[in-house]
Design a protein around this ligand. Structure first.
Ligand code: S3P
Length: 431
């Protein structure tokens, strides 16, 4: 349980946010499938990425870790060994779904297990399209973990996706890499493209046409690389929003990944009229920048299905921004939130109501009545075991009129183990 104090004098200072979670996972995975060493710096040390490291160790890959430095001794695309025990995915949907695509092409059977939250999340969205490539994943009768992945020689396919999901797309790309000919994967909407970008860096032949059609040539000779993981815009987002909504604030977040498939939150802040300055800095890999945010007067916003993928993990924060805006905001087309670490439509609505915010729950989103001043109805907040809900609660509590309490705060370690330390660097207080 954490005690959260309101902030009266604003948040100030500069932060280097932790490494990007999506890119950290992929660096270990692609490094493991490559020949030779992959040296990763600014790796995210959160629980989710540790699940990925541990899974590859269990598959016979030697991985050395010293904090944010990770050295993966790659085994090549067909070098994984049958594990002697079920692979523990913890809370990590990304590890689970991407691993299914990797393991589908091995010559052994492996089992995947997860924590309570992960065991409730849908996995047929991966197992069904994998069948098109000759993959075989046996799920529970509910279409969830535990899963058995029975390895086969995969074949090429052309597949039109039915969900907008980078996790599903990436699983299919990993399967296509192990197939017997070129495959095409067509996205429902463009989603984060870190898998494609990193695989190209490691020597794979992957083309993206019209942002949505991905053509994968199989059996590449992947070569280990040096990967410097950029700062995670999804982690920076908590402090961007804090800077905008807490009076007298002025914060700069450094070396943040500005890949346009991820920066929907910056566009939302700009549309709402926030005082935000984005300055690109030179980078050898994905685009990087420093972002300055100052206390802002916010206008309401409407966002719909086409906007969702680039802001999917930041929607709890969009709801929080909307709760501080001058008028009514609406989020629709966001039904994917129902199958995240928690049902994030339900958990966001429940938590915002505790601050006295008027929110209407929709099947695929919410309507939020924004106002300057809130009147808390209870001091008892809960992350429900969901890292992003826990951090949204903490940021909202900075605006409260009294101390608030956060239950299940340890969930925050999933993606941002240094979150409370970074908050205190900027002037926030928690116990
Ligand atoms: C991720 C993709 C997104 C995102 C998740 C990370 C990834 O999930 O919500 O936090 O690294 O590919 P979906 O693909 O299910 O939308």
């Amino acid at each position: 349980m954490k005690t959260l104090h309101p902030v009266t004098k604003g948040l100030h200072g500069r932060l280097i946010v932790p490494g990007d979670k999506s890119i950290s996972h992929r660096a270990v995975m692609i490094g493991a499938l490559s020949d030779g060493p992959t040296e990763i710096s600014h790796f995210l040390t959160g629980d989710d990425c540790e699940s990925t490291i541990n899974a590859f160790r269990a598959l016979g890959v030697q991985i050395e870790q010293d904090g944010e430095r990770v050295l993966v001794h790659g085994k090549g695309i067909s070098g994984l060994k049958k594990p002697t025990h079920p692979l523990a995915m913890g809370n990590s949907g990304t590890t689970t779904r991407l691993m299914m695509g990797i393991l589908a092409g091995t010559n052994f059977t492996s089992e995947l297990i997860g924590d309570q939250s992960l065991q409730r999340r849908p996995m047929e969205r991966v197992s069904i399209p994998l069948q098109m490539f000759g993959g075989e994943v046996v799920l529970s009768p509910h279409g969830t973990l535990p899963a058995k992945v029975i390895g086969h020689q995969l074949h090429h396919a052309n597949y039109q996706m039915t969900v907008a999901s980078a996790q599903v797309k990436s699983a299919l790309i990993f399967a296509a890499l192990q197939a017997d000919g070129p495959s095409t994967i067509i996205e429902k909407l463009p989603t984060r493209d870190h898998t494609e970008i990193m695989l190209r860096q490691f020597g794979a032949d992957i083309k993206t046409v019209d942002h949505q059609r991905i053509i994968v040539r199989p059996q590449p000779h992947l070569r280990g690389q040096a990967v410097e993981v950029p700062g995670d815009v999804s982690s920076a987002a908590f402090f961007l929003v804090a800077g905008a909504i807490i009076p007298h604030s002025d914060i700069t977040l450094e070396h943040v990944n500005l890949n346009p498939t991820r920066t929907g939150i910056i566009r939302v802040l700009q549309k709402m009229g926030a005082r935000i300055v984005v300055e690109e800095v030179p980078s050898a890999g994905e685009p990087l920048g420093n972002i300055r945010i100052m206390t802002s007067e916010l206008s309401p916003i409407e966002i719909g299905a086409a906007d969702i993928p680039s802001v999917i993990d930041e929607l709890p924060l969009v709801a929080l921004l909307a709760a501080c805006a001058g008028g009514q905001s609406k989020i629709t087309g966001a039904q994917e939130l129902r199958v995240k670490e928690t049902d994030r439509i339900k958990t966001v609505v429940t938590e915002l109501r505790k601050f006295g915010v008027t929110v209407t729950e929709l099947a695929d989103g919410m309507i939020i009545e924004g106002r300057q001043e809130w009147a808390e109805e209870t001091v008892k907040l809960d992350s429900y075991g969901d890292h992003r809900i826990g951090m949204m609660d903490v940021i909202a509590s900075l605006k409260a009129h009294q101390e608030m309490l956060l239950a299940n705060d340890q969930a925050i370690n999933v993606s941002y183990p240094g979150f409370f330390a970074d908050l205190s660097l900027l002037g926030g207080k928690t116990k």
